[in-house]
Write a protein that binds this ligand. Structure first.
Ligand SMILES: CC(C)(COP(=O)(O)OP(=O)(O)OC[C@H]1O[C@@H](n2cnc3c(N)ncnc32)[C@H](O)[C@@H]1OP(=O)(O)O)[C@@H](O)C(=O)NCCC(=O)NCCS
Length: 91
């Protein structure tokens, strides 16, 4: 089952090691960048995506300061775990 988990000292290093394929890198910022961004933009919420106990991806949602709408700014599934339905389930 897919679960969204907080990012803390137990999974931080594993989350920043997650990566998309080289061809996909232009579509999404690195998780390291997103976590740094969320420190400066506290309205951004970062979450780990787990399939059962296995970390498979990362997402970040934010409330936009201008339109006051929630947006999903980031969604990524690690290249090794893609095309198994996890991205769709996480959404
Ligand atoms: C986009 C992404 C999150 C999808 O995650 P995923 O777990 O691989 O996707 P799923 O297995 O849940 O599949 C979801 C849909 O995408 C399709 N899909 C998955 N991998 C695909 C691929 N490599 N090429 C084309 N379509 C693909 C599936 O067929 C499915 O469509 P369907 O519901 O019509 O069958 C993942 O590919 C990714 O991390 N991409 C790079 C980062 C990115 O572009 N993020 C979005 C912008 S922030």
């Amino acid at each position: 089952m897919i679960a969204l988990r907080e990012i803390d000292r137990d999974n931080f290093y594993d989350v920043i090691k997650l990566s998309v394929s080289d061809e996909q890198k232009e579509f999404v910022a690195s998780n390291l960048f997103s976590l740094a961004q969320a420190k400066a933009y506290p309205e951004c919420i970062c979450l780990a995506i787990n399939q059962d106990e296995v970390l498979v991806g990362f997402t970040m949602y934010c409330i936009d300061q201008e339109d006051q709408e929630y947006w999903i700014y980031r969604l990524m599934i690690d290249a090794a775990h893609q095309s198994k339905g996890y991205g769709k389930a996480a959404m």
